[in-house]
Design a protein around this ligand. Structure first.
Ligand SMILES: Nc1ncnc2c1ncn2[C@@H]1O[C@H](COP(=O)(O)OP(=O)(O)OP(=O)(O)O)[C@@H](O)[C@H]1O
Ligand code: SF4
Ligand SMILES: [Mg+2]
Length: 331
């Protein structure tokens, strides 16, 4: 599948809910954003806002109680939401789009060696025979800077550290040469020094191979190190889309501002930190209008009545807030 467009993935008006005994969880409501070819896009927001569900929807890996209500996920000109399960499995997962999950341990099978697992994923897409597959496996492990790769192939997941498991996971993903990598909080299970190494490995791979990355996190420091652009998510909606420099220098949406000014070291000293008042809303019967209005100190009457539409304020900067006039200016 080849594309001439500058976006590798475009999500449009994606709405999804989960049916539960307590009622309908309106997890995603009109989510829209794009990922440019060969770029790193961040998806940030507080816990429960819908980041992982967005990633899982792209790959069709949702729980059974999920219901897609509307929207499109255009990947290289095809709408992934219209693809059958077998098509996603055969054409997309692992081959075109790969995902790294938060807990690397749970993604590796404890009863198989690293060699078994990595060659299994190589075989699926470019079987080069036993000797060739092993060579590719070693090449992939060296690519993610794992020392003594030949020896590592004989080991089981429990013999590896968290950081090593995470790199084995990336090596497995990259063996299939995906065009898009979704990394969902990939550093949360790692200690700080390993996190920094991991980010470096990912950054190098991205610049060497041109893989596009969707980097899901709530860590703004990581965003500042690796992303080109960012989509800010609040309670199942994208509230602002902007280049990473603008996120730190000129955010517009009241929620984005609170996020940026609530993190020490990014924009603010510890003593000047602002807390975001209130708590994340439940998504069963979420607030009407702008879902942030109960926590927003700029809210006006219209905010609790009408959902703000996204407005372009610059070519790469979009904001969904009633403070922005529909002529596209800041107020
Ligand atoms: N199977 C499910 N049934 C009901 N609700 C679900 C289900 N899966 C996810 N949700 C709900 O969907 C919402 C979004 O969840 P999601 O896991 O995407 O959050 P997140 O932004 O990734 O949070 P975190 O930062 O904690 O990982 C949450 O309210 C969550 O409780
Ligand atoms: S739409 Fe209203 S409530 Fe929502 S962020 Fe903007 S000002 Fe605040
Ligand atoms: Mg998550």
């Amino acid at each position: 599948m080849k594309t001439k467009t500058k976006d590798i993935l475009r999500i449009r008006d994606l709405a999804l809910s989960f049916d539960t005994e307590e009622g309908e969880v309106e997890a995603l409501d009109g989510v829209a954003f794009s990922i440019k070819n060969s770029s790193v896009s961040g998806l940030i927001g507080e816990t429960g806002c819908g980041k992982s569900v967005t990633g899982l929807t792209i790959l069709g890996l949702l729980d059974e109680n999920a219901r897609i209500k509307r929207g499109e996920i255009i990947y290289k000109r095809e709408n992934l939401l219209t693809k059958k399960e077998e098509e996603l499995e055969r054409e997309i997962r692992g081959k075109e789009i790969a995902m790294i999950f938060q807990d690397p341990g749970s993604s590796l099978n404890p009863v198989f060696t690293v060699e078994n697992q990595i060659t299994e994923s190589i075989k699926m897409y470019r079987n080069a025979g036993a000797k060739g597959n092993k060579e590719i496996a070693i090449e992939q492990l060296e690519r993610v800077k794992l020392p003594d790769a030949a020896n590592l192939l004989k080991r089981y997941p429990h013999e590896l550290s968290g950081g090593m498991k995470q790199r084995v996971m990336i090596a497995m993903m990259l063996a299939c040469n995906p065009s898009l990598l979704i990394a969902d909080e990939p550093t949360t299970a790692l200690d700080v020094s390993i996190q920094a190494q991991f980010i470096n490995v990912l950054r190098e791979l991205q610049s060497d191979l041109g893989t596009s990355i969707l980097y899901i996190t709530h860590d703004l420091a990581v965003i500042s190190e690796i992303c080109n652009s960012v989509s800010v998510m609040y309670a199942g909606r994208i509230v602002e889309d902007l280049p990473v420099e603008t996120l730190f220098n000129d955010p517009i949406h009241p929620y984005t501002k609170k996020l940026v000014y609530s993190v020490p070291g990014v924009k603010t000293k510890l003593e000047d930190l602002e807390e975001i008042p209130g708590s994340v809303p439940r998504l069963i019967n979420p607030p009407a209008g702008c879902r942030f209005h109960p926590r927003c100190d700029k809210a006006k009457a219209i905010c609790s009545q009408e959902t703000p539409n996204p407005v372009s304020v610059e070519p790469d900067h979009c904001v969904a807030c009633h403070l922005i006039s529909d002529r596209g200016g800041k107020q």
